[in-house]
Design a binder for this molecule. Sequence first.
Ligand code: SAM
Ligand code: SF4
Ligand code: SF4
Length: 366
Amino acid sequence: MPLTARRVIPIHVTARLPVTVRSALVEGKTLDGLGRPLRDLRISLTDRCNFRCTYCMPKDVFNRDYQYLAREQILSFEEIERLASAAVSLGVEKIRLTGGEPLLRKGIEVLVGRLSQLRTPDGGPVDVTMTTNGSLLARKAAALRDAGMTRITVSLDALDQHTFSAMSGSDSKVEAVLDGIETARQLGFSPVKVNTVVRRGVNEDQIIPIVQRFKGTGVTPRFIEFMDVGSTNHWELREVIPSTELVRRIGQVFPLAPSGARPGRSTSRTFDFLDGSGRIGFISSVTEPFCADCSRLRLTADGRLFTCLFGAETLDVRAALRNGDDDLAGILRSVWHERTDRYSELRGESGAPGTERHAEMSLLGG
Ligand code: SAM
Ligand code: SF4
Ligand code: SF4
């Protein structure tokens, strides 16, 4: 029985809820309108990037005339920390820094250090992690680790330089990203994950080389279905390779077995190599939506809250941060209580993407 959106859930209602929902309430979790707890916060630190990935920031749109956020619009580290602290008080256990490219944000390690000091209501640590394109990681990894980051995800769509350049729209070298991944691994980041967005006819020939490259190294590649996020990337269903097809193709070369049920709130389904040399993951947002487990709140670099990658902005919280509003937790709680998003499931049911304009991935951070 789904919960309907409400700010306060009366006791006589909680008595009728399913056990999982009731126990989440008892543990002081913050539930949305469909009974999903708030557990993850994604913070976009900038809308700028040194790449122009075709599926995220295509060059024809993100060109010289594009209006990026002005410096004064962007939240300061102190503002981000206050907001994150309120989110943690409501049950957030994991914070992912993203962007645009988060490593473009000067002094990012200072923010990582502050966020790593946050504690959950029962005194537990908060997992602070990041998704990066890896081009600057080799020189930043040690500072991030010293500030308290222990795990990291690096995006990499091809090993072949020509395909990499075409897909990333940049002059960066694949070697620089590989260097970043290797540096993080050697510094003890665990896990190090590699995100690969797969587009049919564009980089599908890179899948086996990527698996081969990381097999046995402890690094986990994860293949992501190309999503219809934003409204500038010319998404077409025919370019999506369903994860089931990828599992079959990879399994023919490197025998695989499912690692078991999708771990808890994870967005990926994982498979182990039968020879014991590691694991790979698949993020199937198009063909196997995971809205039922979606526990993510997103904060843009300029302080807007989104409760779904495909949803409209829920609230601009920057004014509250700058006016010194001291009930940030109350604001976040009511935003979360009102949430009923499940775009990918609805897209799956109707078989077609919605026609409304979506915010860009570079704003929301994935
Ligand atoms: N710049 C960083 C990076 O690329 O890792 C962080 C921000 S990026 C928006 C976060 C993640 O979103 C990346 O792993 C990227 O591959 C993924 N992404 C962006 N656009 C996508 C799309 N249309 N479909 C699927 N994944 C996408
Ligand atoms: Fe930049 Fe990441 Fe988007 Fe690529 S996916 S353009 S690296 S923000
Ligand atoms: Fe979460 Fe929205 Fe994605 Fe569903 S479509 S998993 S609700 S972000």
